[in-house]
Design a protein around this ligand. Structure first.
Ligand SMILES: Nc1ncnc2c1ncn2[C@@H]1O[C@H](COP(=O)(O)OP(=O)(O)OP(=O)(O)O)[C@@H](O)[C@H]1O
Length: 532
């Protein structure tokens, strides 16, 4: 437990990605089994323990900690686990160094996984008594579920891979077939056999695209498809089971039971875009019948999907690649060959739930550019270009796939609030909230933007904020409503969370409009007209 808690401490206090990786790799190399496997599960978010409710922690706190001290520290520290770890009192009969190293991470996990609700406070109290402050922090983080120490699952896997000289994508490939504490994975790292995930539906890392910055491609070498505005999904069917994986490799089968059911029985790995049926604005001309991202968003992140949801927002997948069919791994083959196999395969699937992303017919690049410029379908984000002879490779490989996004939408907003940034920007007011005018003539926030300006402009914006502050509340400054900025964004949607009723996707600053008076900034009504 001591080594694990030191690792968490290190991760909390380290900003640099490489330093974090080194900490994880060192730990993975040196810690004993099965502790390091449990640690890996905790770091990747794959450890599922019955979370101890914060009520249980409050119960032990009431019993053991001075309430005044708790309240003050909580206000100061914020996080419950961190607060309790800090102020937990030692008993008088205890030696100064409580954590003698005998309490292992595995023992803690075992204990937590069997903990009943009634016994939780006493058992936690007893464990806390045996740990130092870092250990207590680690224990309480594990107990409350979710470490939140600023690392992603991918970073944890990369650290593991680095420790044993493995390729992280190769680790990703077998990951979903294994369960914590990943004995087979560590055996592989130490020179053993690569775990064989056959018979288990498991995720393969996705092929990604580079932006087509400038220049053109020859359409004799590249095929063009629309870039659909949904979420990437991999459908894996083996041994009668079907799993759906997101871009990050998360299992999203439970969120899309309609798709999983329709894919039942396939023996293949398919790649495509999850969308929701509907007629997005202008859809018909491009094979359409997809709603905008707004509709899909209603389905995302849900575990228990009601029948109503399924009926109101029916999902379907627009397929664009076939990685594996039966025993045939097609990834080494050319895109064109895979595409032919995909079309034949998809013809056997339920047409309500699956279609194939059409190849855009264009005479040449200019013709394609014209078609792209004229595309009004709100479910389209731009164009994808795929080299006809390219294999399917994980990650972004120059020259194989390009994304060529549509020009962004723009609107003029007025700066309302500003906050300091992070890291290199922590001494600048670099994070801004912008508003547009309501029908009643009130300025309402519509977007937060922190990018799109040069270093020079940042300095200018920072001093604008400092010289035009009306009020301060906490870290936020309210500024005089007089600076107009042109905001670029990818799309705009209805939003119940914002008073303005709208939310933008990927807003950024396109231009500072010092020439424009705030009264002439755009209205929310204008913004609403751009809702897709
Ligand atoms: N026809 C298509 N072929 C491949 N990818 C597509 C297609 N239509 C939409 N996409 C989406 O585009 C993404 C490819 O772009 P990229 O590799 O840059 O990923 P990204 O970082 O998610 O990009 P972005 O944030 O620009 O959508 C895929 O992850 C996928 O979700």
């Amino acid at each position: 437990m001591r080594a694990f808690s030191q690792l968490l401490d290190g991760l909390v206090y380290t900003r640099s990605r490489n330093a974090k990786l080194a900490l994880i790799a060192d730990y993975m190399r040196d810690a004993p089994d099965p502790d390091r496997g449990w640690a890996l599960a905790a770091l990747t978010g794959d450890l599922s323990l019955p979370a101890v409710k914060s009520a249980a922690i409050h119960a032990i706190v009431d019993e053991r900690v001075d309430p005044m001290l708790f309240r003050m520290s909580r206000d100061y520290v914020g996080d419950l686990a961190e607060t309790v770890a800090l102020i937990w009192p030692k008993r008088i009969d205890q030696p100064a160094e409580i954590d003698d190293g005998s309490l292992t991470l595995s023992a803690v996990i075992d204990r937590l996984s069997k903990l009943g609700r009634a016994e939780a406070p006493a058992a936690l109290g007893e464990m806390l008594d045996h740990l130092d402050a870092s250990g207590r922090f680690a224990l309480l983080k594990l107990a409350t579920g979710g470490l939140r120490v600023g690392i992603s699952a991918r970073l944890a896997k990369t650290g593991f891979a680095q420790a044993f000289g493995l390729d992280v994508d190769a680790v990703e490939e077998v990951w979903h077939a294994l369960r914590p504490p990943y004995a087979e994975l560590f055996a592989w790292g130490q020179g053993g056999e690569r775990p064989d995930p056959r018979g288990t539906p498991f995720f393969r890392p996705f092929m990604l695209a580079h932006p087509l910055e400038e220049g053109t491609v020859d359409l004799a070498d590249y095929a063009a498809e629309w870039k659909w505005d949904g979420i990437r999904v991999q459908i894996v069917g083996t041994g009668g089971d079907v799993r759906l994986y997101s871009r990050a490799g998360d299992d999203i089968t439970a969120t899309f039971p309609d798709i999983a059911a329709a894919a039942q029985g396939i023996d293949a790995v398919l790649d495509g875009e999850m969308l929701v049926r509907g007629e997005a604005q202008g859809a018909a001309e491009h094979g359409g019948s997809a709603a905008s991202f707004n509709a899909l968003q209603q389905r995302l992140g849900r575990k228990n999907v009601s029948a109503r949801m399924l009926a109101d927002y029916p999902a379907f997948v627009r397929l664009y690649d076939l990685l594996i069919e039966g025993e045939d791994d097609l990834r080494e083959q050319a895109w064109e060959a895979r595409r032919a196999r995909l079309e034949a395969f998809a013809a056997r699937l339920d047409a309500d739930r699956f279609d194939v992303s059409a190849v855009i017919g264009a005479r040449d690049f200019e013709d394609l550019a014209e078609t792209r410029a004229g595309a009004r379908d709100a479910a389209i984000e731009g164009v994808m270009l795929k080299r006809r002879d390219s294999p399917y490779v994980a990650g972004r490989r120059t020259g194989l796939w390009y994304k060529w996004k549509r020009d962004p939408l723009t609107i003029d907003g007025v700066m309302m609030y500003a906050q300091r940034g992070h890291g290199k920007r922590s001494s600048f007011y670099s994070d801004y909230t912008f508003g547009c005018w309501s029908d009643e003539g009130e300025l309402l926030p519509v977007a937060k933007a922190y990018s799109g300006f040069t270093d020079e402009e940042l300095k200018w914006l920072d001093s604008f904020v400092r010289n035009n502050t009306l009020n301060r509340f906490g870290p936020v400054r309210e500024v005089e409503k007089k600076l107009v900025v042109e905001l670029a964004f990818d799309s705009v949607h209805d939003s119940k969370r914002h008073k303005s009723g709208v939310a933008m996707r990927f807003p950024r600053i396109a231009r500072i409009r010092r020439d424009k008076p705030p009264e002439e900034a755009d209205t929310i009504a204008t913004l609403r007209k751009l809702i897709s």
